[in-house]
Each structure stands twice: as C-alpha cells, then as structure tokens.
Ligand binder design. Structure first.
Ligand code: ADP
Ligand code: MG
Length: 608
C-alpha cells in the first residue's frame, strides 16, 4: 500500500486543481442526493394520506433534521392548501427530478476531474519510466530484459492505471460520501445505525477473504506476460530463420505453453474477481433484509418515534451508502492487483545506475590530443574479456583492430563512450579520464557506424538528422552525398521524406549502412568508431560503403574494426587482439614481415 502512496505523492501534486474539483463536486453531489431523497418523504406521506400539516413557520430547536422536515412541510402545507394534493405531488416530483438532475451533473463534473487526474498520472508514469530507462546503462538491457521492460511499459502501466483510478476513488470520492451519508443516518436513527455498523464489518471480512492471494497471482500474470512479449519480439524478428529452418512447430509449442501458463494464472485472478460481484450483491441483499426487519421492529414493536416514510428515506440513504462501500472494496481489490505491477515498475524506477557521474564533471570544447587506454582490463561478469590493454591513438590517426570473433574488439571500443566502466586501468581523452567527463560532452565527440545499421521507423531525413538539432535539408543532402546515399534516396517515392519502415526494412543492407554513415557524417564527430561497418555487405555494396567511409574518415581520428583485412591495410597502426590481449601491433607491412598472427589471418582470407 505504501508504494501507492509514494506513487501518488510523487505525481498528484501537479493535479491540485483536479483534486479540489473532485472533492468539491462530490461533496455537492452527495449533499444534493440527500436533498433529492428527502423529497420522497412528503411524497409518500401525501400518497398514504398521513401528511401532518404544519401551519406555523418552524423555529430551529437543535435538531436539524426535524427543523428541515418541518420547514419543508410548512411550505408543502401552504402549497397544498392553495393548489390541491395532486398538483402538490406533481410539483414535489418535479423538484425531486430537478435536484436529481443537478446531482448527476455535479457527479459527472466530479468524475471528469477524476478522469483528468487519472489519465494524467498514467501519462506521467509512462513518461517517467521511459525517462528512467534512457538514463540506465547498457548493462541493464541484456536481451532477456527487453520483453520484460516492454511489458512493464504496456501491461503493468495499464494495470496500475486501473488501480490508480481505484485508489483515487478510495481516497477522495467514496470516503466523503460515506461519511456524509453516515452522519445523516445517525441523525435519523442512531439505534438503527449502530446496528448496521455492527453488521457491516462481517461483510467486510467475508469479502477480504476472497481478495487474498490476488496480489501474488497478479504478479505471476505480469511476469509471464513479460516472457510472452519477449517471445513475440523474438518471433517477429526471427521470422526468416524460423521459416528457413521449418521451426514453426517449435515456436508454436513454446508460445502455446506460455499462453497456457498466463491463462492459468489469469484464470485464478479472474475467478476471485468475478466472485466479488455475486458475493457482494448477495451480502448486500442479506444486510438490507436484516435492516428492514430491525427497522420494522423499531417502528412497530419498539415505538421509538421512527416514522415509516422516514424509515424509507433511511433505507434510500443506506442503499446509497452500500454502493460507495462496494466500490471501496473493489478499489482495494484493484489496488492489490495493481501493487504487483507497481512492484515490477518500481524495480526499474529504483534501479541504480552503476555508472556514476562525478560531482563536477569535466567538459572540453574540442578533442585535440589523443585517446589513451592505460592498462585497461574489463569483464562483463566473471571472465576477463580484456586484459591490460595499452593503446594510444593520436588525433587524426587511424587505428585498426583485427582478431577472431569474440576476441574483444567491440568491447574495447564500447568502453570509449563509457557504455561500460572498466574494472582496472583507465581510458583518457586528452588526459581526462572518461569517468570524469560529463556524459553528453564525452559522447558528442564520437560517431558510430556498426555492423548492423540501427535505424528508426521514420523518414530518411529524420534518420540522418537523428543526432543533430535543427539540421537543414541542405546539410542532410550534403551528408547523404558524401555517404554515397543521395542517388538511391532521391529515387525513393518521396525522396528524403520516405519512410524506411521498421528498422529500415524497406532498404537493402548496403543502403541502410550508407544512411547510418550519413548520420555519422552529419554529426561530424572528431572521433569515429567503425565496428565491422562493411562486414555484413556483399562486395558491390561494400565498395559503395567503403567509398562513403573514406569520405567520412578524412581528417578524423578513427578506430576501425574490420573482418576483411583489405579495409585495414592503410591504417596507421594495426592491433591484433587475441583472447582480450593485444598480441601484435604495427603497420600492415611490419606485421606481414613479422609472419605472426596477422600474417596467418591474412593468408586465411586469401584462400577463402
Ligand atoms: P568481438 O567484437 O571481437 O567479436 P566482443 O567484444 O563482442 O568480441 O566480445 C568479447 C567477449 O565478450 C565474447 O566472449 C562475448 O561472449 C563477451 N560479451 C560480449 N558482450 C557481452 C555482454 N553484453 N555480456 C556478457 N558478455 C559479453
Ligand atoms: Mg564485434
């Protein structure tokens, strides 16, 4: 429960106006409903011919109900004398309708304020989850977590939304109505009300038993749904392979098993939820009947002065109090259910970023000198992936990293923009440790082109202009020209404003890569990281992309990782990685002459 109040404390303050609105209109609506029910008493008394006339204007004698009733009767008596009983009845009914109309209008207004608040809080919650996710380090986004995060943003937030609505009802709307109704009930007949108050907790206890375990089951539902989302993503992403390997059956079995699991857990939740309705209806009727018997006894047997029409007024109010109480219990269910989701959301919201920022981060305007890896060792989990790397890359130079797959090349370059923090040693740019940099400043010096072009479902223009504020069309076209992309972009139906589909699926691999190169060109970073930028391409598009890359590398400091050694031949220095260590370094000529690992790699490629 505490979680909820923390959530509300965080988001509600910006909705003060709405809170006041909900409160005011619900107060008004409750009071109006008391008045509208009050019209029933004279109507009944006239109908049954038991109306006792009041000819004197009453004076207030301490009992507000008595005074109110007499005042009403005074006017009714006068009106009846002038216009007759039937017309009075019609007018009273008219007033009844009018007050009820006002009541429902104010109720609606109150609900609108509530809706404004609850949709707003949900939006704020979604936004703050995404804001938080964007600050988390790469280590947070292991592939098994992706589906989980997705389902938190969609399913869990929707769940919390339901319970926020409930908890707002709980906090503002219902208690107000219940208190006002209860006070009126006590004023009408304290004996009856005491009796009712003894009765109600029993019903509460019965309902509470039904609601138990709801939270546990709902947590399970959420977790399983996360797994399902991950599976869906994987299935859609891997459709080509699934079909090629005839693995439809396998995927189906896995998916069906998962949906079955969700169904079981969901069924348990829903069974309990559905039980709540018939249970509460039955309990409600039971209680009303008991109250009627007891009230009847008070009127007929005990002669406490309670009159039959007033008793009916009492019952009407009592009936109206049952609804808010029922809703209250439904809120408690809803919140229990939402708590599971909130717990999962909180796990993201409260996760700490291990990449801490210094108190006074350093910034530099330009990169002038060199990048240095000093004795860097790094491991993701237990196994060291990089061991004692020493490497200096002077400004304007190109360093190539080669080595077998898994030797740690990508890891080495990922450390530079501080996607991960090193465990030993340090990485320095112009003599400043990357850990001391302001993170945006650090990353503003770097441009990446990776093996797989990462594009977004948007226009070509927006994909190229992704890393730059206020790029003009001329800038974008110029970048695309250097990247050898202008021609094919112009040939697209809407040119630079064509949508490229999910992850750029409407383009070929080479085209995607050239767009990501154009993006890097436009950002114009002094340091360039090319991680197997051409490895996924066929020879023809590799040539085009390589041309584009040559344009990009001009006058820049470049770290290039390449599988095909032809692309590294011209590098100023080549480092050969093996098992996370630099085992050879030098120019192409040196390394060939040396006849070591590099030479072997080179020879192997010639054969293939
Ligand atoms: P390369 O780019 O040279 O092929 P990588 O730097 O990608 O090699 O990987 C080096 C080693 O680190 C591999 O053994 C790989 O399994 C491991 N590795 C890479 N990324 C992660 C990660 N996110 N979590 C755990 N281990 C990883
Ligand atoms: Mg790699």
């Amino acid at each position: 429960m505490n979680r909820f109040f923390t959530l509300l404390k965080r988001f509600l303050p910006s909705y003060r106006k709405s809170i006041v609105g909900v409160f005011a209109f619900n107060l008004l609506s409750t009071v109006l409903s008391l008045f509208s029910f009050a019209m029933i008493v004279p109507i009944l008394e006239i109908l049954f011919g038991i109306a006792s006339p009041v000819h004197e204007l009453p004076v207030y004698g301490g009992d507000i109900l008595e005074y109110g009733k007499n005042l009403l009767y005074y006017y009714v008596t006068g009106f009846m004398g002038d216009h007759g009983q039937v017309f009075t009845l019609m007018v009273l009914s008219g007033v009844f309708v009018l007050i009820t109309f006002l009541k429902v209008i104010t109720y609606y207004a109150g609900s609108m304020f509530l809706a404004n608040m609850h949709t707003g809080v949900t939006r704020d919650l979604r936004n703050s989850i995404l804001d938080k996710i964007l600050t988390l380090p790469m280590s947070f986004f292991s592939s098994e977590r992706k589906g989980d995060i997705m389902s938190r943003l969609s399913v869990d937030v929707a769940d919390v939304e339901g319970s926020i609505m409930g908890s707002l009802d709980l906090l503002v709307k219902n208690p107000l109505a219940i208190i006002i109704y209860l006070i009126t009930l006590i004023l009408i007949s304290w004996q009856l009300t005491v009796f009712v108050l003894i009765l109600l907790p029993f019903a509460g206890i019965v309902m509470g038993i039904v609601g138990k375990n709801l939270k546990k089951d709902s947590i399970e539902v959420g977790a399983e749904q996360g797994t399902l989302t991950a599976q869906i993503e994987e299935t859609l992403g891997g459709m080509r392979i699934i079909k090629a390997f005839n693995a439809e059956g396998k995927i189906k079995t896995r998916f069906h098993a998962q949906t079955e699991k969700i169904r079981d857990a969901l069924l348990r939740v829903i069974k309990r939820q559905y039980l709540a309705h018939p249970m509460s209806e039955f309990l409600g009727t039971l209680i009303i009947s008991i109250v009627i018997c007891f009230g009847g006894w008070l009127i007929i047997g005990a002669h406490t002065g309670l009159e039959a029409p007033v008793f009916i007024y009492y019952l009407l109010i009592f009936y109206s109090i049952i609804n808010p109480i029922k809703e209250l219990s439904r809120c408690v269910y809803g919140i229990r259910k939402g708590l599971g989701s909130l717990e999962r959301i909180d796990k993201i919201m409260n996760s700490q970023n291990p990449l801490t920022c210094p108190e006074n981060p350093k910034t530099i305007d330009t990169f002038t000198n060199a990048i240095e890896y000093r004795g860097v060792s790094f491991r993701y989990k237990d196994e060291w992936v990089l061991r004692n790397i020493n490497l200096t890359i002077e400004r304007g130079k190109t360093v190539a990293l080669v080595g077998a797959s898994g030797s740690g090349k990508s890891t080495l370059v990922d450390l530079l923009p501080r996607f991960w923090d090193v465990q030993e040693g340090g990485i320095y740019i112009d003599g400043i440790n990357v850990k001391d940099f302001e993170r945006h400043n650090l990353r503003s010096f770097m441009g990446n082109v990776n093996q797989e072009a990462i594009l977004f479902n948007d226009t070509v223009f927006n994909n190229i202009a992704f890393g730059v504020e206020n790029a003009t069309e001329a800038d974008v076209i110029a970048a695309a020209k250097i990247a050898n992309a202008h021609d094919f972009i112009s040939a697209m139906p809407e040119g630079y404003y064509s949508n490229i589909g999910d992850r750029g699926c409407k383009l070929s691999g080479g085209q995607r890569q050239r767009i990501s190169i154009a993006r890097a060109i436009l950002k114009n970073p002094p340091i360039l990281i090319l991680d197997e930028a051409t490895s996924a391409l066929d020879t023809e598009s590799e040539r085009l992309v390589q041309d584009a890359l040559d344009g990009l590398m001009k006058n820049r400091t470049t770290i290039v990782i390449a599988h095909r050694l032809s692309t590294v031949v011209n590098a100023d220095s080549i480092c050969v990685l093996e098992g996370g260590r630099i085992v050879e370094r030098g120019t192409h000529k040196d390394l060939i002459a040396r006849g070591g690992v590099y030479k072997k790699l080179q020879d192997a490629q010639k054969i293939s």
